[in-house]
Design a binder for this molecule. Sequence first.
Ligand code: NAD
Length: 440
Amino acid sequence: MKVSVIGTGYLGAVHAACMAEIGHDVIGVDIDPARIALLASGRAPFFEPGLPELLERTLASGRLRFSDRIEDAAEFADVHFLCVGTPQRPGSYSADLTYLHEAFDALVAHLTRACVIVGKSTVPVGTASELSDRLSKTSPIDAGRVELAWNPEFLREGLAIKDTLHPDRLVFGVQSDHVRAVLDEVYAEILQQGMPCLETDFATAELVKVAANAFLATKISFINSMAEVCEASGADVRMLSTALGHDSRIGPKFLSAGLGFGGGCLPKDIRAFRARAGEIGAQSVLGLLREVDEINMQARERTAALARNLLGGTFLGKNVTVLGAAFKPNSDDVRDSPALNVAASMHLRGARVVVHDPEAMANARRVFPTLQYADSIESACWSADLVVVATEWDHYRDADPTALAGVVRSAVVLDARNVLDIGRWRSAGWIVRSVGRPAA
Ligand code: NAD
């Protein structure tokens, strides 16, 4: 099939390459010409494992190309995936749909053939129906029928290719048999794997995505509030979450206490959900997600407070190393990164903060140019009074505590992600503090 992907960020670039991988002829379109030039030359504009190889393969196959002209997509494709950003609106909790509206209107204005427009961006419930009204009010398109579908995306950065090619489930929000048939054809190769495919109305499709994120965020904030109880009572949150996770009704995932969630999705998605819930009068969701967000932000503050205690009550004149800048491992995404948030807060209170990250340094530097950055873990730790593990990269889990003890000023580590082998670090002479675990 001829497919366009509009918006080639973390979601769209991967989606475009994966659509080409499963045999479609694909055009990826973005308003950022620099991004398009990079992608067209086979380079990924962000770190995502496997993406450079996939781009190289699909570009070479002739099935994938990129353009900064929406007209090219409109003329070419039978199916258009909308993958543009839906960030938090400045000064509000709600989602900013400006990019989505602009992309949608520009596409519709240039359509010359019958097609299906498939929303993949994460949106407040009611958006698809509003776009559908917008479509019906647009002057009739000479070339035939234009229909809308909503097909939310659940990929995880770091595992984006696997999640796109082998999803847990597919959700098709559709209003006609024709659109369902088109989506069945687009995803034929993936559907053969036998995962559940759920056909829903627009509102349910939109809600599946935001409800999933709200649930995951709630799970993380739940265990972080348990970490606070553990700290107050001398219990061990890591053992608690392991024991809870063995309960098949609960499960172990998203149950690691630490610095909490961040990134370009969970925080803004729960806020947008909260705002929308308020608009439509669903008060209980509003209250629930307000608490989840609050607990998540407190995890950052509690980590900074723990760091200050370990430094003897002040950041002034202290050297702090922060290991990790990305909001999670295997990504260079620093949007609303808890690691950088804590690094910046310690810096603002007088610490000299040096940050290391295997992939996210360039992005981190752009957002927080006043922090210092080091190219290796060892150079980051040089002369440190405190080392904070803030992102759960394997690089930090596997770091050699004996070698690092030789370069720091004080061998004190705050494991804000609960990933270190405490026994190994203590044997190497470190004082180790972990979120939600006993001090000694
Ligand atoms: P992103 O900021 O990385 O990418 C968005 C892209 O859209 C940018 O490259 C931007 O230049 C482009 N764009 C903006 N306006 C455009 C227009 N009019 N025409 C063409 N391109 C335009 O964002 P992202 O992380 O890829 O997220 C995109 C959407 O997908 C969001 O709604 C997000 O919530 C959702 N989502 C993201 C993920 C993820 O892991 N990043 C997972 C699932 C869903």
